[in-house]
Design a protein around this ligand. Structure first.
Ligand code: PGA
Length: 272
């Protein structure tokens, strides 16, 4: 499966930041293009981001309201993001959960709202440092994911999960390969149990202090379907390095699959 390389600009970016997006789109255009590239930007930039990316990138929002429309001053619905040209939206990012007290139930409703509007949801989950230290990260992440999924699973078509340990976001610290593998495998089992074959198709991204230098070590791990990148998505030079690394890993995977010897059918074997 190809990777999803996703950026999250958070509350960064005035008009002049769009120059970085242009440079990323130009790179994505010339790269091998075997992966999906998505940049989630502040709502104020979505329409212009769509215009300058020329179709070489998918553009997403960073949050959406539960409701489609109504008396909710300041909120932006999934339908509005779609109308502005977005393809996807992040829901349940830990910064939304922390600063805006979003519960798993609210996140599940937002993921449903995204699906209803035709947007792919990137549903974020992840353990705190306290949970990691207590040795309960696996159970905590699984419980958080199950409670953050919409009841109508059909709304999840094209969506992805982002596993982002809270202690790794913006800190320069990343979990080791074993911990990432363990969590991703556990989440995959959960998705398969809840959704059958449809659960196999949902990409599970890793997020938290990803840089061009270390992204490869994460992408080669089992059940890692891509990355969600914060700080390193703000500069084209860094983000293009991440796209390049993902292309390299993906092409190597394809070559490995192709080099597995195909058994010669009995009737075509020549007898010496
Ligand atoms: P970071 O952020 O890459 O800056 O750690 C990731 C995120 O919050 O999605």
């Amino acid at each position: 499966m190809s990777f999803l390389v996703a950026g999250n600009w958070k509350m960064h970016g005035l008009s002049d930041q769009l120059g970085e997006l242009v440079a990323i789109a130009q790179y994505a255009r010339t790269a091998a293009g075997t992966n999906d590239v998505l940049i989630c930007v502040p709502a104020t930039l979505i329409a212009r981001a769509v215009a300058v990316s020329g179709g070489y990138l998918a553009i997403g929002g960073e949050d959406c309201a539960v409701e489609a429309a109504g008396a909710f001053t300041g909120d932006i619905s999934a339908e509005m993001l779609k109308d502005a040209g977005a393809d996807a939206v992040i829901v349940g990012h830990s910064e939304r959960r922390r600063h805006h007290h979003e519960t798993d139930a609210v996140v599940a409703e937002k993921a449903a709202a995204a699906g209803r509007a035709g947007l792919a949801a990137i549903i974020c989950i992840g353990e705190t440092q306290v949970q990691r230290d207590a040795g309960t990260a696996l159970q905590d992440c699984a419980a958080q994911l199950e409670a953050s999924l919409p009841a109508d699973r059909r709304l999840l078509a094209g969506s992805a999960i982002a596993y982002e340990p809270l202690w790794a976001i913006g800190t320069g610290r990343t979990p080791n390969a074993q911990d990432v593998t363990e969590i991703h495998r556990h989440l995959r089992q959960l998705l398969t149990r809840l959704m059958g074959k449809d659960g196999d198709r949902i990409r599970i991204l890793y997020g938290g202090s990803i840089t061009p230098a270390d992204v490869r070590t994460i992408l080669i791990l089992p059940e890692v379907g891509g990355v969600l990148v914060g700080g390193a998505s703000l500069r084209a030079q860094d983000f293009n390095g991440i796209i390049r690394a993902a292309e390299t890993v993906n092409l190597a995977n394809v070559e490995t699959e192709m080099s597995v010897p195909t058994p010669v059918p009995a009737h075509s074997r020549t007898t010496p």
